[in-house]
Design a protein around this ligand. Structure first.
Ligand SMILES: [Zn+2]
Ligand SMILES: [Zn+2]
Length: 215
């Protein structure tokens, strides 16, 4: 699986375009803004986008969904818990105050263990609740990459103070569901907060202070 990254929107979200080199089928992960550069990149690579995925339903990660869905005719998918949770006005209130329109409605939802087929590549959904109730990571075993959304960053972890956030759950998700994956797995986080854009699970296990505190 090949991956391209764009930083989009005022919250500087890492939007990833992940695709199968052989079939040119691809997915867009976390389109945080209706940024035409995402479309340009998809067109430039000659990709057929089969799905638009949210690692979670915070609008800074999915604000670009409507624009891309219209242009690419691809379905938007997110975890079932986040789809429900952020349709409830009081849970969405902080984002409304930050100026985001209501979330797009998902075309379908996924759950832990689901497999999203992208050409000859397979993204496995790993439900990692805590940052939000339906936060997920996407794991591609063959290339050893893990899209970690706002659950795990390079040298940091997600915030848990927004509606539905639970710090203890998030740390448990990281320790029980992510760290058991192969230690050379490369993480691709939802924000570029660290000293470098990516690292490995081994590096995070050994140097991430938030993980160290919990182990
Ligand atoms: Zn978030
Ligand atoms: Zn975020």
């Amino acid at each position: 699986m090949k991956v391209e990254r764009l930083i989009v929107g005022p919250f500087e979200v890492c939007c990833y375009i992940a695709y199968c080199e052989k079939t040119k089928e691809g997915v867009i992960i976390d389109p945080g803004s209706p940024d035409p550069r995402i479309l340009d990149l998809v067109k430039g690579l000659g990709l057929n986008i089969v799905a638009i995925l949210g690692t979670h339903a915070h609008p800074d990660h999915i604000h670009g969904v409507e624009f891309l869905r219209e242009n690419l005719k691809a379905p938007y998918k997110v975890h079932e818990l986040d789809e429900e949770f952020f349709q409830i006005p009081e849970n969405f209130a902080p984002f409304k105050n930050w100026g985001f329109p209501p979330n797009p409605v998902a075309d379908s939802v996924f759950k832990d263990g689901d497999i999203i087929k992208v050409g000859n590549c397979y993204l496995q959904v790993i439900h990692t609740p805590g940052h939000t109730p339906g936060s997920c990571c996407f794991y591609e075993k063959d290339s050893g990459i893990l899209f970690t959304g706002d659950t795990l960053f390079v040298g940091a972890v997600g915030r848990a103070d927004l509606p539905g956030g639970d710090y203890f759950k998030m740390m448990n998700s990281i320790i029980e569901k992510l760290l058991p994956l192969p230690e050379d797995t490369v993480i691709l986080p939802g924000h570029d907060y660290g000293p470098k854009p990516t690292s490995t699970l081994k590096e995070e296990k050994e140097t991430n202070p938030f993980i160290q505190e919990f182990l």
